[in-house]
Design a protein around this ligand. Structure first.
Ligand code: ADE
Length: 224
């Protein structure tokens, strides 16, 4: 699966995705991640990507031309939808991550400044996605959240596929409390059942714990 990100801070993405699960997916050729500098699609000496808003008001607005031209230059390599990261977009959740993971690729546009010319939204973007009801200073961190959530669903990216099916949100038996050695630490023990070797009891205990922790969310997801 191929991710193309359009941003004025392309350098942010390497630092986040080189290490870890997504980085391994890139190394193994399962994922391609390309961060494109919006300024490379300007034609003036100052490589200006923003301008004053029509109608007045504070701040600057990202111009339409570099965004349209960036998407057009990427399009031959990526047939996927154009996702615009905006705080008022549809909420990012596990269901949306799974839906996006079924695409051959995504072209992700990161907003900045006071906003982005609305013609990008109406004539270029396929959908708008928000990572939560709060305003960040740009779409880069939201884009990273989306890429991480989607990339780990690409087959083979997460080494042990069982850890995907055991993920919180993926099914009922998810999100139970985990422990590792030592069995006692600073006077804090580990539930006896986990040390019992009785796998039927362990399964049952985990199911109960997961239901108590995430019951409402997992039920919501099961309905859909
Ligand atoms: N850009 C700024 N805030 C955002 C948010 N919460 N989600 C997506 N994009 C954003």
């Amino acid at each position: 699966m191929r991710f193309d990100v359009i941003t004025i801070f392309p350098g942010m993405f390497g630092a986040v995705f080189e290490p870890g699960v997504v980085g391994r997916g890139i190394e193994r050729g399962l994922i391609e991640l390309h961060a494109h500098d919006l300024r490379d699609h300007t034609h003036d000496r100052h490589r200006q990507v923003d301008d004053m808003p029509f109608g007045g008001g504070p701040g600057m607005v990202i111009k339409p031309e570099p965004v349209f031209e960036a998407v057009e230059s990427i399009r031959p390599h990526n047939p996927g939808p154009v996702v615009l990261m905006e705080p008022w977009g549809e909420p990012m959740d596990q269901r949306l991550a799974a839906e996006l993971a079924s695409e051959p690729g995504l072209i992700i546009v990161c907003g900045r400044y006071e906003g982005i010319d609305d013609r990008v939204r109406t004539a270029l973007a396929t959908r708008e996605v928000s990572i939560g009801d709060y305003v960040l200073s740009g779409g880069e961190i939201p884009a990273m959240v989306l890429i991480d959530a989607v990339a780990r669903l690409v087959p083979g990216v997460v080494g042990d596929p069982e850890s995907l099916t055991q993920d919180t949100f993926s099914n009922e038996s998810a999100g139970w409390p985990q422990f590792t050695r030592p069995a006692e630490y600073r006077g804090l023990g580990v539930p006896e059942v986990l040390l019992s070797g009785d796998h039927a009891r362990i399964r049952q205990w985990r199911r109960q714990q997961a239901a108590a922790r995430h019951g409402s969310q997992t039920k919501e997801l099961k309905k859909s």
